[in-house]
Design a protein around this ligand. Structure first.
Ligand code: ATP
Ligand code: MG
Length: 286
């Protein structure tokens, strides 16, 4: 029997729910949220470890876990030797420098010689060095955004998504230094059978991600409008066209990228389409 592939996930935090939902969408069942540190899938050779996100790159580097899901910010900050095998598109955020709202800002040189508080000293240090700025980096592990108001630092470098935390702490964002999303990382020395399991998993993840970005579209149109409509439907292949019971009309079925849909829908209607249905796709295999 194949040894299960071991996957480290964040126990509870901003990555957890989307990570669990991803495996669920891939048809891989396991228990989580029970307070246990480990769970074995009932229908795929996988074992899940629930950890703090900061610890995941180290476990994967050491091969204690074969795979892990972490924010790219954490993967880069920890500097561990792991392979990035897939970008997952959730937990998107940015790492930014912020200063008190009332302070003037004319550019990075304003940060020269300043104290900057952050939980990301490596990412910040690399960025500042690349820009030729010398500043004092104060590493603190949490509540970075209060550092200026208690006199610990003149600026902060922290994770931002909507910016509301910065705003409520009287700060303004002045530089974005890194953009992050959840990524899947792997132990670089996976044995062949684990690599096979990873490939099976990535096949499923790709099918789930492709489905999410595409919609199934069904519409009715007069036959003479079909060439114009087909040109606006960049589907998997050519659209399927079947005759309707009404003489001279057909039903057109296709798959359309969500973004292309909003760009093209007006034109599709103007070309003569009626009764347009847009349906979510559960899985999509190319
Ligand atoms: P842990 O207890 O596991 O150490 P944590 O408090 O360090 O958790 P979270 O706040 O749960 O971490 O964030 C985990 C990851 O989610 C971050 O490293 C980042 O990649 C991403 N993230 C953080 N804040 C946001 C946000 N506001 N929106 C979207 N993604 C975010
Ligand atoms: Mg953490």
């Amino acid at each position: 029997m194949t040894a299960p592939i071991r996957i480290a996930l964040q126990k509870s935090g901003r990555l957890s729910e989307d990570s669990y939902q991803l495996f669920k969408a891939c048809g891989i069942r396991f228990d989580y949220g029970t307070g246990k540190l480990k769970s074995v899938s009932s229908n795929f050779p996988a074992e899940f470890l629930f950890l703090r996100d900061d610890d995941i790159p180290g476990y994967v580097e050491d091969g204690v876990a074969d795979l892990g899901i972490v924010g790219e910010n954490v993967a880069v900050e920890t500097g561990r030797n792991v392979s990035t095998v897939h970008r997952l598109g959730f937990s998107k955020c940015r790492l930014s420098i912020a200063i008190p709202r009332g302070d003037a800002y004319n550019g990075l040189s304003d940060l020269e010689g300043k104290n900057i508080a952050t939980s990301y000293p490596n990412l910040l240090g690399t960025y500042l060095a690349g820009q030729g700025i010398k500043a004092e980096i104060h590493e603190i592990s949490g509540s970075v955004e209060i550092a200026p108001s208690i006199g610990l630092a003149e600026a902060v470098c922290d994770i931002v998504s909507s910016g509301s935390t910065l705003l409520s702490n009287g700060l303004k964002e002045v530089e974005t230094i890194f953009r992050s999303e959840a990524i899947m990382i792997a132990y670089p020395g996976l044995v062949a059978e684990k690599q096979t399991l990873l490939d099976q998993l990535l096949f499923r993840i790709n099918a789930v991600q492709a489905a999410k970005n595409n919609k199934y579209i069904v519409l009715n149109a007069p036959n003479d409008a079909i060439p114009a409509i087909a040109a606006l439907l960049p589907g998997m292949k050519a659209p399927t066209v079947t005759p309707l019971a009404t003489e001279g009309w057909s039903s057109v079925h296709s798959v359309i990228n969500e973004n292309a849909f909003w760009e093209n829908i007006e034109a599709i209607r103007a070309a003569g389409a009626e009764g347009i249905l847009v349906v979510p796709i559960e899985k999509m295999i190319n």
